[in-house]
Design a protein around this ligand. Structure first.
Ligand code: FES
Ligand code: FES
Length: 205
């Protein structure tokens, strides 16, 4: 930043905490989050609004943070992937892994259903799905596909991502976990040492 670079003082609540920063007027929100606030869970992909990796909730609405200037969110609320577990705890829906990590049910859903491979796209999918399940707690697979149509994944082929969101939706509704249509059962495979079923606290059988 040079002395004559136009700047704005931005006061923004991110994951429940207030941050005040003087930032360049042209600073994109994705860069503000990653470089000025240190929240690197929001990923920078295309930076032209195409991939969805940078998706955050802006006043509860999913937005691509490469399409917003930081100065435009002054006095607003942002939720990033780092705030998901805390949000779940506040809502009484948090889940814990056997190792004691607190997850939002969507994060657990992605873990249980192999909803990620490299994980680059995952924060964006999680934020988009968070907004979807708040608006529509029982989405059809077609509705899930429509909601995530602005997020690109180069690894998974999407089926496991839809499974993951469906699984989380069922957990949030306190239904049985969704296992149909390509989803995985939580029963460990016979003869295999995977511990998928053990990942969820209380699932000790
Ligand atoms: S980095 Fe924002 S949409 Fe790709
Ligand atoms: S898991 Fe690699 S891009 Fe989606």
């Amino acid at each position: 930043m040079t002395d004559d670079t136009p700047t704005t003082t931005v006061s923004v609540t991110i994951n429940g905490e207030e941050y005040v920063r003087e930032t360049e007027d042209r600073r994109l929100l994705v860069h503000f989050l990653r470089e000025e606030v240190g929240l690197t869970g929001t990923h920078q992909g295309c930076v032209v609004g195409k991939c969805g990796a940078c998706t955050v909730l802006h006043n509860g609405v999913p937005k691509k943070s490469c399409m917003l200037y930081a100065a435009a969110v002054d006095e607003d609320e942002i939720t990033t992937v780092e705030g998901l577990a805390k949000r779940a705890e506040m809502n009484g829906v948090a889940m814990k892994t056997r190792e004691g990590t607190t997850f939002h049910p969507l994060q657990m859903g992605f873990k249980q259903n192999h909803g990620l491979q490299c994980g680059f796209c995952t924060p964006g999918f999680l934020m988009t799905a968070t907004a979807l399940l708040r608006e529509n707690p029982d989405p059809t697979r077609e509705e899930i596909k429509s909601a995530i149509s602005g997020n690109i994944c180069r690894c998974t082929g999407y089926t496991s991502i839809v499974d993951s969101i469906e699984w989380a939706a069922a957990r949030l509704r306190e239904d049985e976990p969704a296992v149909a249509d390509g989803g995985i059962d939580s029963t460990p495979c016979e003869g295999c040492n995977c511990e998928i079923a053990d990942d969820v606290e209380g699932n000790d059988e």
